[in-house]
Design a protein around this ligand. Structure first.
Ligand code: KG4
Ligand code: ZN
Length: 326
């Protein structure tokens, strides 16, 4: 079964064809990120206007790369929420119209839950990659969300922890702004932090005990005070601050993943969202997983970020249960 996925929750416009919920036949992503950079964050009006302009072209390219025509598509899956309202409307209206015109089912998919489906996807090159087992705990770390889930199966996903204030990606973006590293901040901090190998500098995330919730707004303020209290900023000082900040955020994420797996008696941990691309987080989780006897499944880097393949993949799983048409 071939599902066309459509994703338009933030600044990306994605279209993808996925076979049987697993094999990516095509995955096209257009982004208006460059246009937002001068503002230091996403401007919703710019995002939705660009999506309106390119959604046809992106979908046509996804069909072409998959060597499929519209009449070869069995169903359409689309991001229903959460996201920027204008952006979501572009994808939803497009997908609903297409499903009506083609008289094929429409499956509406939650964007955050779809991030957790990314480790289950393969393309022709990665066919032999180990598939995650279920049940699992899943951590979604993106620009807008930091949430932990217990996934019994893909029709039964329970939220077990979340941030009480800023999301992890949002904190990376805000700290990068304080350090003058530009937007988006995550990749910039990841890169500059690699230039520091060790430091006595410490920032701490609020220690929320006996809960799987997170809090990141305090660490951002600590970094701000530290930077404002330092007279001269050198490149080495920026690298050291980025390193200490990243280390603290990553330690909290790792700790809560391990605690969630223990609490819910599962050996599998799934990762998703833009911050899952962070090299230090990947490294630390792999090491900790080995120590704790856990299996960690990260998506390949391009599938950490917003994409339509994860929407089509989860859409397939939901289709097997019930179908919402037009
Ligand atoms: O999942 P995503 O593409 O969009 C949302 O749904 O939010 O995630 C974007 C977020 C941004 O905050 C960005 O700074 C962060 O992911 N990010 C990273 C890295 N790459 C992207 N954060 C830390 N390290 C990275 N390498
Ligand atoms: Zn996302």
């Amino acid at each position: 079964m071939k599902i066309l996925g459509i994703e338009s929750s933030c600044d990306e416009t994605g279209a993808s064809v996925v076979k049987d919920g697993e094999l990516i036949l095509s995955n096209i992503v257009a982004s208006s990120l460059k246009e937002h950079q001068q503002y230091g964050g996403i401007i919703p009006e710019i995002a939705s206007r660009r999506q309106l302009e390119c959604i046809h072209t992106v979908t046509a390219a996804a069909l072409q790369n998959a060597k499929t025509k519209l009449n070869g598509i069995d169903a359409i899956a689309v991001t229903e929420s959460p996201g920027l309202i204008g952006s979501l409307l572009v994808g939803l209206s497009f997908a609903r119209s297409l499903s009506f015109a083609l008289n094929i089912p429409l499956i509406e998919v939650n964007h955050i839950e779809a991030h957790l489906y990314a480790p289950f996807l393969n393309d022709a090159k990665s066919k032999n990659r180990a598939k995650p087992g279920l049940p699992a705990v899943g951590l979604v770390v993106s620009g807008g969300h930091t949430s932990l889930y217990y996934i019994k199966n893909f029709r039964n996903i329970a939220l077990i922890g979340q941030t009480r204030d800023d999301a992890a990606g949002e904190t990376f973006d805000k700290v990068a702004r304080i350090l003058g590293l530009g937007y988006p901040g995550g990749p910039a901090i990841d890169k500059v932090a690699r230039q520091c190998k060790k430091s006595k500098l410490r920032f701490t995330c609020a220690p929320l005990v006996d809960t799987l919730d997170f809090s990141f707004s305090g660490i951002k303020t600590s970094v701000l005070y530290h930077v404002n209290g330092t007279k001269q900023r050198s490149h080495a000082a920026t690298a050291e601050t980025a390193y200490a900040f990243q280390k603290s955020v990553v330690e909290v994420l790792v700790k809560k993943c391990v605690a969630a797996a223990k609490k819910h008696k599962t050996k599998t941990v799934l990762l998703g969202g833009g911050v899952a691309a962070n090299s230090f987080l990947r490294e630390r989780l792999f090491t900790e997983a080995q120590r704790q006897g856990l299996k960690i499944h990260f998506p390949p880097l391009p599938l950490c970020l917003d994409n339509a393949a994860m929407i089509a993949g989860l859409g397939f799983q939901l289709f097997k249960r019930k179908v919402k048409k037009n």
